[in-house]
Design a protein around this ligand. Structure first.
Ligand code: NAD
Length: 427
């Protein structure tokens, strides 16, 4: 890929600006991140040696509230990637009408190469390095790829040590025992499921006649796969970084998930209690999964999975982006020409940040909700904003992606204008 991910991401904004009247000030404002921090994190390894890791935190825009965004651990993490993810978070929070701006963080690391103690020292070191940059009214962190509630717990504890007080609202996606919210662990996949359920009836499609392939079987992908399976959709293929599994008659996703959670292996199994037996299936590559002849494709792994080079081979009719940025701008155009309906990341995976917001609200009020309360509020928000974006797309005859950006820009533009003209007076 020759273009930076951020340049790619910005193209989606340019497309939306053609369909909305918004002040030049607001447009200029949204071209650049508010601040970007790169830090070196020294970690004492178990063998006594010292290693320095690179970490990042980007706050893209805080006009609508404190910035919010996850922390990713991956070998490909770079400033460009973190900036793009922070940009998407800004629009995602506006799409959902959550009173937050967008941020993101990350460390360039393959966490599987570290011991548990090394991982904890790295996570605490990251918070040491960015502590002055974050806070419950400034910038709030959360999990993302290869980070989880355990890591969020270490990070919150480190922040508390630095602040000499308990500040649960600085990080969401924490363990329940440290002030986490019920329903946060399943929120991203559940939000994707609610959006799919709201949108598919518009195409007169019913679950039992619908085949599904899910790329990525982590937090987002495994939950949406299980919910779809339980709702009667035929989930024929799922994959992880090692490859995929395919079964024409559908996989029993609760069993596959149970087996993966206990063994880390992705296998087509049927479990009764703790006894799991292998069923008939074939292994497929991730490239094959993306080109399967299914109704619904859910990319739920990483960015840039469907590009100019493989978009032509995609045969799904509907693509729901549970991952951030899985389709490049060039691929978007190819998919549109093929008549494939794409439902964008800034709506489809917004369930995670929505329940993170609920967690922040609960931390600050000190009153905790039941899981049904959390899921009901999530459903209400997902369905409301999905319907609004659908209406914009129909009214303006534009794609759901452009409509989502138009919807977000209306809200961000209003906030930028409401801030007044201070910038004129400050030299
Ligand atoms: P995760 O680490 O829990 O899972 C990622 C999954 O993708 C793993 O199963 C991994 O093996 C698989 N994977 C990695 N590379 C792959 C490849 N090339 N092909 C197929 N599978 C591959 O991460 P997650 O939290 O589920 O995040 C997945 C995506 O969803 C990311 O784009 C993330 O930014 C986005 N997202 C996550 C959340 C959240 O709350 N976790 C919220 C919003 C968006």
């Amino acid at each position: 890929m020759t273009e930076s991910l951020f340049a790619e991401a910005s193209q989606r904004l340019d497309a939306a600006l053609q369909h909305i009247s918004i002040s030049e000030d607001a447009i200029e404002h949204l071209k650049y991140p508010k601040s970007s921090l790169q830090v070196s994190i020294p970690v004492r390894m178990d063998n006594g040696s010292l290693k320095i890791f690179q970490g990042y935190r980007v706050r893209y825009d805080d006009t609508r509230g404190p910035t919010k965004g996850g922390i990713r651990y991956h070998p490909n993490v770079s400033l460009d990637e973190v900036k793009s993810l922070a940009f998407w978070m800004t629009f995602k929070c506006a799409v959902m009408d959550i009173p937050f701006g967008g941020a993101k963080g990350g460390i360039t690391i393959d966490p599987k190469q570290l011991s548990k103690f090394e991982l904890e020292r790295l996570s605490r070191g990251y918070i040491d390095a960015i502590a002055d940059f974050i806070g419950p009214d400034v910038d709030i962190a959360a999990p993302d790829v290869q980070t989880n509630p355990i890591i969020m717990g270490w990070m919150m504890d480190q922040y508390n040590i630095i602040q000499r007080k308990i500040v649960p609202a600085v990080i969401t996606g924490k363990p329940l025992s440290m002030g986490g919210s019920l329903g946060r662990d399943t929120a991203t996949g559940m939000g994707t499921f609610f959006a799919i359920e709201a949108l598919m009836p518009k195409f007169q499609v019913t679950p039992k006649d619908t085949t599904v392939a899910v790329q990525g079987f982590g937090n987002a992908g495994s939950v949406v796969a299980e919910l779809l399976c339980r709702a009667g959709y035929k989930v024929v293929a799922v994959s992880d970084s090692k490859g995929g599994i395919y079964a024409q008659d559908g996989l029993d996703i609760p069993s596959v998930r149970q087996f993966k959670n206990s063994t880390r292996d992705l296998k087509a199994v049927y479990c009764e209690g703790t006894i799991c037996n292998i069923v008939d299936y074939r292994t497929i590559s991730n490239e094959e999964l993306l080109a399967l002849d299914v109704d619904i494709l859910v990319p739920a792994a990483l960015e840039n999975q469907i590009t100019e080079s493989n978009a032509d081979g995609v045969r799904a009719k509907y693509i729901f982006e549970a991952a951030n940025g899985p389709i490049t701008a060039a691929a978007d155009a190819i998919l549109a020409a093929k008549g494939i309906h794409v439902f964008p990341d800034i709506l489809i995976n917004a369930g995670g940040v929505t329940v993170s917001y609920f967690e922040w609200v609960q931390n600050r009020s000190g009153l905790y909700w039941t899981v049904d309360e959390v899921n009901d509020r999530l459903k209400q928000k997902m369905v409301t904003e999905t319907e609004r974006i659908w209406s914009i797309a129909q009214e303006k005859s534009i794609s759901m992606r452009t409509a989502a950006y138009v919807h977000a820009l209306n809200r961000i533009g209003a906030a930028i204008n409401a801030k007044g003209n201070r910038d004129y007076y400050v030299s």
